[in-house]
Write a protein that binds this ligand. Sequence first.
Ligand code: CDP
Ligand code: MG
Length: 142
Amino acid sequence: MSRTLAILKPDCTGRKLIGQVLARIESAGFKILATKMVRMTGETAGQFYAVHRERPFYGELVEFMSSGTAVPVVLEKENAVSAFRNLIGATDPAEADAGTIRRDFAESKQNNIVHGSDSDENAAIEISFFFSEKEIVENGRV
Ligand code: CDP
Ligand code: MG
């Protein structure tokens, strides 16, 4: 079993698609280990996407990610990173395979509903960006 980080982006929450998207994720066999609702600032969104700092879309991406509520979700499955990338589809919904979450819900290359980590190493970094180990269900007791 391995983990990945999903983020339901502000377009997903704003269009009231949280339930539908989480249902697709659970139906695909992922276990939800942790989730919360956050409002990212320009600073935290900028840090999260720092790898894209030099890209032309960076400024608008940071603005979009800090424009409303986001829902980070820690997911567990075998080969979670690649399984989740397959479930969400290509960055641009016009290029995403039929049956993928982005193909079915996303409105544009930027407003594409959901983030998914791109490697095990980045998944670990991104999970710890939003969650402490105590917030992950196996490890937390309240
Ligand atoms: O999210 P994914 O890993 O598929 O794509 P990325 O290349 O890591 O880009 C991160 C995010 O930036 C995308 O999910 C889009 O929201 C946005 N983006 C954009 O607005 N315009 C592009 N040409 C590429 C990405
Ligand atoms: Mg990416």
